[in-house]
Design a binder for this molecule. Structure first.
Ligand SMILES: C[S@@+](CC[C@H](N)C(=O)[O-])C[C@H]1O[C@@H](n2cnc3c(N)ncnc32)[C@H](O)[C@@H]1O
Length: 412
């Protein structure tokens, strides 16, 4: 059974509104809420909140939370997932009207609708076939034209269906194009079905309406400039790891179709907000390495990667960047830990879920151990590293550990 399915069986409501595959499992958040003894009155922050698993789990338990996310589409998703205020009867009624209008337009539309040339360049070739794309665009425009107060739910339902039901995308774990293409699909009925799921979930949890979950689109390396006014008692998060995963690529299709990214420049400015965890996201002006220049284990790791590259005679531009990414990644996390102190309450406790890596010319990167050193260097106490699970890495034919790094911030 895939991880995604396992998660679905555990606690699907609300988490299933967007994309499970991007998130860590809700049960892990539940476990740390209990272990840390988090209760009403506490504030939890997830500085890399992605699709909002931590925030949704907190809200279900009546705990106030904040999320920071650099990718606008995932930020939008987590913020919508934490909004349970809808009058579900009206919401469904409006969705039916939109569905009716979109269906009429689709039936009478002689010409297909397309993306602009610039938008087309941003998405993976063959991400979505002509007909589903055209119908999804008609539905999107019908949603926007309705100016509904439920627009967020409607667009999120569309985003999820674009990825899982209308597109040719496959995830394993990187995004690619499936050989089996979807040429025709019931775009509108499937969307309406997704609204029904949301309606049911909101009804189940509407009693937690007034529990605040504040999601901010921003960079976790610049927390002091973000509008966080209250001190945070706990962190439960899963930051990126140095694993070549490009978060903007995994979410590209729905980002472009829903208008979150419209040009190369916009894409670049989104990517610049990310922690440097892959070689496709390194820029000339990057200087986060300076924050770990005094940590010898990180310098040594970076050096051994570069030496292995030279020994293997690997000369592509990407390969030459691997050793820098390691320093930039841990440097970025160091900057994050520095900035985080400005919002932490005394004796705050923190859980960081991270995975080891072995992809850079098979040199192991013990992420949790190195991150522990980085955090200690920034004045945090390391309480321990707890095993979470193992992942099989096909590229290197090895099992890699995912761990939870537990930290404490005593205060200054
Ligand atoms: C491992 S995922 C988090 C998954 C999350 N736990 C969930 O439930 O979906 C890491 C997230 O960090 C985000 N990210 C990367 N760099 C960031 C930064 N500098 N500030 C804030 N978020 C960032 C990525 O866009 C991605 O969504």
């Amino acid at each position: 059974m895939s991880n995604e399915n396992k998660v679905k069986n555990i606690d699907a409501p609300v988490h299933d509104w967007y994309r499970f595959v991007l998130s860590f499992p809700p049960h892990l958040v539940q476990e740390y809420i209990e272990k840390f003894g988090i209760e009403h009155g506490n504030i939890v922050l997830d500085p890399f909140c992605g699709t909002g698993t931590t925030n949704v789990e907190c809200k279900k338990r009546g705990i106030v939370s904040i999320g920071i996310e650099a990718n606008p589409i995932t930020c939008f998703a987590s913020s919508t997932k934490c909004n349970w205020e809808a009058d579900t009867f009206l919401m469904y009624q409006e969705a039916e009207q939109i569905a009716y209008q979109a269906a009429c337009l689709i039936d009478h539309c002689v010409e297909l609708r397309y993306l602009t040339e610039e938008q087309n360049k941003l998405i993976l070739k063959n991400s979505i076939s002509e007909k589903p794309l055209s119908q999804a665009l008609i539905l999107r425009d019908a949603i926007l034209a309705a100016h509904s107060r439920y627009e967020g739910y409607f667009l999120l339902a569309l985003a999820k269906n674009i990825v899982y039901s209308y597109s040719n995308l496959k995830f394993g774990p990187e995004v690619g194009i499936s050989r089996k293409k979807i040429y025709d699909v019931d775009v509108v009925p499937l969307w309406l079905h997704q609204i029904l799921i949301m309606q049911k979930d909101i009804r189940q949890y509407s009693f937690q309406n007034d529990v605040s979950s504040f999601i901010i689109n921003g960079d976790a390396r610049s927390i002091s400039s973000l509008p966080i006014r209250k001190k945070v008692d706990f962190i439960i998060t899963s930051p990126p790891y140095p694993n070549e995963k490009d978060y903007s690529r995994t979410t590209r299709l729905e980002s472009v179709l829903l208008g979150f990214i419209n040009s190369k420049e916009q894409l670049r400015s989104v990517k610049k907000q990310f922690i440097r965890s892959n070689t496709k996201n390194v820029y000339k002006t990057d200087n986060d390495s300076q924050y770990v220049a005094n940590i010898s284990s990180i310098t040594a790791l970076s050096q051994s990667i570069e030496e292995r590259r030279i020994a293997l005679n690997k000369t592509s531009g990407f390969e030459k960047l691997y050793s820098s990414v390691v320093k930039l990644y841990f440097g970025g996390m160091a900057k994050h830990f520095q900035e985080l102190k400005s919002v932490l309450a005394k004796n705050a406790r923190l859980a960081y879920v991270v995975g080891d890596q072995a992809s850079y010319f098979k040199i192991p990167i013990r992420t949790a151990e190195l991150l522990a050193e980085v955090a200690e260097n920034e004045g945090y106490e390391v309480e321990g590293i707890e095993p979470f699970r193992k992942r099989y890495a096909t590229g290197t034919d090895t099992w890699l550990n995912e761990n939870v790094l537990i930290l404490k911030y005593v205060g200054e």
